[in-house]
Design a protein around this ligand. Structure first.
Ligand SMILES: NC(=O)c1ccc[n+]([C@@H]2O[C@H](COP(=O)([O-])OP(=O)(O)OC[C@H]3O[C@@H](n4cnc5c(N)ncnc54)[C@H](OP(=O)(O)O)[C@@H]3O)[C@@H](O)[C@H]2O)c1
Length: 336
């Protein structure tokens, strides 16, 4: 009888253990995928890639993905790589200016640089990175494929690496929706597998475009970069993107050239700046960070670059955030 009871108890224990195991597996699957048609870059890379210092461990869940860390000044992407939340945009900077701006950024502990094939300065960005004392691993460089490169994106990726003189690109974006964009994105997915690119994403994709695009691709974009400033806040688009576990990055934080004076002299923003003893530029950048938007202000002026990086010593109140939200005019400053 005792032996029978023992066998019965063992059977019950084994049954319970099996059930718990199945449940745990299902739980981890659902947290790793936002959509059944997609797998995250973290899962993809776990199979093939080397682990670096900034990447989460194999099999570890990326629980911090999307959360801004104001101590490290970084955000963890859904790809498992950390991205600085404040950087430098290089649109319209010629070769020499671009080298000196990137150098000023790195000298002031900035680590995020945004360029693009279309800016014709990937070579300058690469040169500044390669000749800097800052280790390559600490720098996060973004570039973009332009629509006229989409039909032969695999080659375009290799050419970008060659122009920059770098072994890998931290983040590559498709610059705009366009013919063959899915094909180009798939080429970027392949480049992730090949270790040429670490994270991939999109630029100038809004809700409608994302709804059409996302079901067609395998790796969830890590970043979407769109126009965002106090007069064009994308109040619905930002949370939509963030809910997909994608980090939002804003271009034209000061409204873009030709508009910066008006925005920086805005009375509400100036008053908030005065009350904190900072500049309007710093208030705008800080407002972006506090709503979870990465910023890449463009500048050719080393003093501005240092000023723009100095936004971690003050915090906007909820009321100040609301006041800036009230400035939204849905006023786009560029066509895309
Ligand atoms: N994905 C896309 O389609 C797209 C489109 C546009 C831009 N972008 C990216 O976003 C970046 C930012 O946009 P942007 O550079 O065109 O425009 P922006 O950042 O809104 O404004 C740049 C202007 O602001 C001035 N500025 C910078 N810091 C300042 C400060 N602290 N005080 C006063 N003025 C300051 C700069 O002048 P100084 O040179 O004198 O500092 C420059 O004239 C670009 O560089 C690019 O990397 C992406």
């Amino acid at each position: 009888m005792k032996r029978l009871l023992f066998v019965f108890l063992i059977t019950i224990m084994l049954f319970t253990l099996t059930c718990c195991g199945t449940k745990a597996d299902k739980t981890s699957q659902s947290t790793n995928t936002n959509d059944t048609s997609m797998i995250s870059q973290t899962e993809q890379k776990n199979e093939t890639e080397e682990i670096t210092e900034t990447k989460i461990e194999e099999g570890e869940e990326n629980l911090d993905s999307g959360i801004f860390n104001f101590e490290t000044k970084t955000v963890m992407l859904n790809s498992g790589y950390e991205m600085p939340i404040m950087g430098l945009g290089t649109y319209s900077l010629d070769y020499d200016t671009c080298v000196s701006s990137v150098t000023a950024l790195l000298d002031n502990d900035g680590r995020l640089i945004d360029t693009a094939y279309m800016y014709h300065n990937e070579d300058a960005v690469g040169y500044a990175i390669r000749t800097s004392d800052v280790p390559r691993e600490e720098i996060f460089v973004t570039t973009k494929l332009y629509p006229n490169q989409y039909s032969d994106a695999a080659n375009a990726i290799d050419e970008a690496l060659e122009r920059m003189g770098l072994d890998y690109i931290d983040l590559m974006l498709l610059h705009h929706p366009g013919t063959d964009d899915v094909k180009a994105y798939q080429a970027m997915e392949q480049a992730v597998q090949d270790g040429k690119i670490r994270s991939i994403g999109l630029s100038n994709w809004y809700i409608e475009e994302l709804e059409e695009f996302l079901p067609q691709v395998t790796i969830m974009p890590a970043v979407v970069q769109n126009e965002i400033h106090p007069y064009y806040q994308e109040i619905d688009v930002v949370p939509y993107i963030q809910e997909h576990g994608i980090v939002v990055e804003g271009w034209y934080p000061f409204g873009g050239r030709g508009y910066t004076k008006e925005l920086l002299q805005n009375e509400t923003i100036s008053a908030i700046a005065n009350s904190h003893g900072v500049t309007s530029a710093q208030v705008i950048l800080r407002w972006n960070l506090q709503r979870g938007v990465v910023v890449i202000p463009g500048s050719s002026n080393p003093d501005h670059i240092a000023e723009n990086l100095d936004i971690f010593g003050f915090e906007l109140t909820e009321d100040e955030m609301e006041q800036i939200k009230g400035l939204n005019r849905d006023e786009k400053h560029d066509w895309y």
